[in-house]
Design a protein around this ligand. Sequence first.
Ligand code: PDD
Length: 289
Amino acid sequence: MSIVYLNGDFIPAEQAKISPMDRGFLFGDGIYEVIPSYGGRFVGFAPHISRMQDGLAQLSIDPGLNLADWQAITHRLLAENNSSPNSANLAVYIQVSRGADTKRNHAFPANIRATVFAYTFAIAPEPVADKSQATCYTVVTGQDLRWQRCHIKSTSLLGNVLHYQQAYANGAQEILLFDKNGNLTEGAAVNVFVIKNGIIATPPLTNKLLPGITRLLLLNILRQHSNWRVEERDISEQEVFNADEIWLTSSSKEIAPVLKVNEHSVGTGEIGNVWLAAQQLFSAHKYDE
Ligand code: PDD
């Protein structure tokens, strides 16, 4: 039976109850985080918590928990849920909402206590730098129709859900989104990298995309441990279609090669060598921070 954390208690999932007046339920008024762990080791723990604290501060939600508190909660959750053999690789999902009110009112209520929920779920084994084992993606493209605060990891995910469904309805597993100027933003649940002539480029951090932790770790690792040229800059639709390689990054995928965009092959149509080098470096250094 899985043990979850809810407002200070570690309890069986079946016993966890949240009020229907919770603003997370009524308004999507909250922040979430997903942190992967393999064999009990988290990847990017501090930057994940710091992004969550930034998001909470932007929404003026204060659950009163610091980095050490989050460490204690998440490590205990790993320990409580690590009894079965296939649970060695667990992600922790954390959600903090503004809390439950007595009535539905858009304005932030005074004296409300944040709802803090966290649970673990089993994830696939660590991605490996091996072309024969990589999970490859087919994507479609579309106009980014989400709101203008995509840098906040908000639980209001309807825009992302609709874009994700747009990909699935068209036989793809992700969507590459473009803003009204025709520049790449991100995917429905991933950041995007485009590689041409050995130059690795990704869109710069703005309000139009999530500051992904895998993106951050990958950029740091490439800059510290390789000679690949790395650029954070605007990327046009044409560049996407002319790319040698395209990668999707996220906590669960790490670096995933895209082989098809709207039925067009990316580069040679096979996994590229820059991907192999990048995933090797990522696997070697992802626990450094
Ligand atoms: N998705 N962009 C969006 C819109 C995302 O939802 C995610 C993550 C990312 C990649 O961020 P990171 O590298 O920090 O995982 C980019 C998570 C995992 C999710 O919603 O489940």
